[in-house]
Design a protein around this ligand. Sequence first.
Ligand code: F6R
Length: 368
Amino acid sequence: QKSGYPSFMAKEIHEQAKAISDTLLGRLENNEIVLDEMHIDPSHLRSIDKIIVVACGTAANAGEVVKYAIEHWCRIPVEVELAHEFRYRDPIVHERTLVVAISQSGETMDTLMAVRYAKEQGAKVVAICNTRGATIPRESDAAIYLHVGPEIAVASTKAYLGQIAACYLLGLFLAQVRGNLYGDEIEAIMRDLEEIPGKIQDVLDNSGQVEKLAHDMVETTSVLFLGRHVGFPTALEGALKLKEIAYIHAEGFAAGELKHGPIALVEEGQPVFIVVPSPRGRDSLHAKVVSNIQEVRARGAHTLVIAEEGDTDVEPYADVVIRYPETRTLFAPLLTIIPLQIFACELATAKGLDVDQPRNLAKSVTVE
Ligand code: F6R
């Protein structure tokens, strides 16, 4: 069933273009987002004044990515909290809070307990889930399914992209119901989102460079990941992938934190991945990240730069430039994570590890 791939993880990485086009299939009709399992009254959705995303691991990183989009489109504050932390801190949840529970399996015990707590407080819960009929969507008021197909490898890849895409649909749906965005605006955003599967395929078709990099770095014992804005959760997720399957010490940082501590780690030859936003994006985001590359390079880092096609500003400071196609800033995480998934998968494979069944980990964590 691995269809010629050396692991399920490799197969699932390479299925991501199709997976995301399936997540998006049939969700836009006459300039309107249609979510068939969104059984929450529109008037209730208009009364929401806060969103809390609860999830664990990779699903929590997906939550951190979509926070930017949902706040931008809906102007509702979004908090993202690890489900196991949320449960134990007496969180402020009430009828006007919308809780979004992200879980590939739909069975993660801590996320389920967070859902139960939220419901007891009178909040409505939307489950973002890949497994039909799982406990979390059953106990939630509404569900958005990923439709990415079963994920067999323990390390989540296509479900991560599916979770992000499904939450974008939720964000657009809320913006539509609440009157933050109009039909033509939603249509324009969806058109760009629908171009993402083709761009994912472009990234996958050009993965040879990252595969070679992973083989060259098989002896590496520590890798750092930097990003800003939506690039920050991408850095966290890239580091998580490398830890869990390649057993390499890896840390993701917000690039702005560098001078508050992490830069002390950088010494001659330290590999650092830097996720660079589009140079066409707003504010000085891009320039800030380019200067972060310079900072780590000046201290001897081996800079592995993930940058948009045509971004020449990074070239003087990059030891390696990995390209991704142009897209909206908010959608870039669906592309920029892919080289990092491939890097972890290839490196673990090159080390002879069991990529699909990493030590000490289970696919579904049904204990607390
Ligand atoms: C990492 C990974 C885990 C899961 C986490 C939540 O690759 O797979 O971090 O994301 O255990 O699992 P679900 O989404 O099933 O609740």
